[in-house]
Design a protein around this ligand. Structure first.
Ligand code: FES
Length: 118
C-alpha cells in the first residue's frame, strides 16, 4: 500500500506504529519521494527506497537486524539504515537518509531533513 500526503517543513504522519510490521520494510510514496521505512523492534529508520545500483525497491528486500541494514533483493547490496551507505557491492553510492520519529502512536517522517551521507 502506498500513501500520499503533502508535507511542509514539519514531519508528516505516515501511519501508526502498529501499521508497520516488526523487522520488515515498507515503501512509502510521499510528495515525490520514495522512502523505505524500516521497523526493528520499536526503532524506526527511513532511507531512500530506490537502490543506487538500479531502479529496484529496497523495501522489497530483507531487513538485516544485526547489521541494521536493508538488503537489495536484486543483487544483494546492503544499505546502512543509519547512514544510507552502500555496505556491500555492487552498489557503491549511498541512498538518502530521512528522519523518522515516533510521537505516541504516530510515526512521523521528516522530508525536509533528507540527506545523503556522502
Ligand atoms: S539493483 Fe540493487 S544491488 Fe543491483
Amino acid at each position: 500500500m502506498t500513501e500520499t500526503a503533502t508535507p511542509g517543513a514539519d514531519p508528516v504522519r505516515i501511519g501508526a506504529v502498529a501499521d508497520f510490521d516488526v523487522d520488515s520494510a515498507r515503501r512509502i510514496d510521499i510528495d515525490g519521494h520514495r522512502v523505505a521505512v524500516v521497523r526493528i523492534a520499536d526503532d524506526f529508520y527511513a532511507i531512500g527506497d530506490q537502490c543506487s545500483h538500479a531502479d529496484v525497491s529496497l523495501a522489497e528486500g530483507d531487513v538485516d537486524t544485526d547489521e541494521l541494514a536493508l538488503e537489495c533483493w536484486k543483487h544483494g547490496s546492503l544499505f546502512c539504515l543509519k547512514s544510507g551507505e552502500a555496505l556491500t557491492l555492487p552498489a557503491i553510492r549511498p541512498v538518502p537518509v530521512y528522519t523518522v520519529t515516533v510521537d505516541g502512536d504516530d510515526v512521523l517522517l521528516g522530508l525536509g531533513t533528507e540527506e545523503a551521507s556522502r
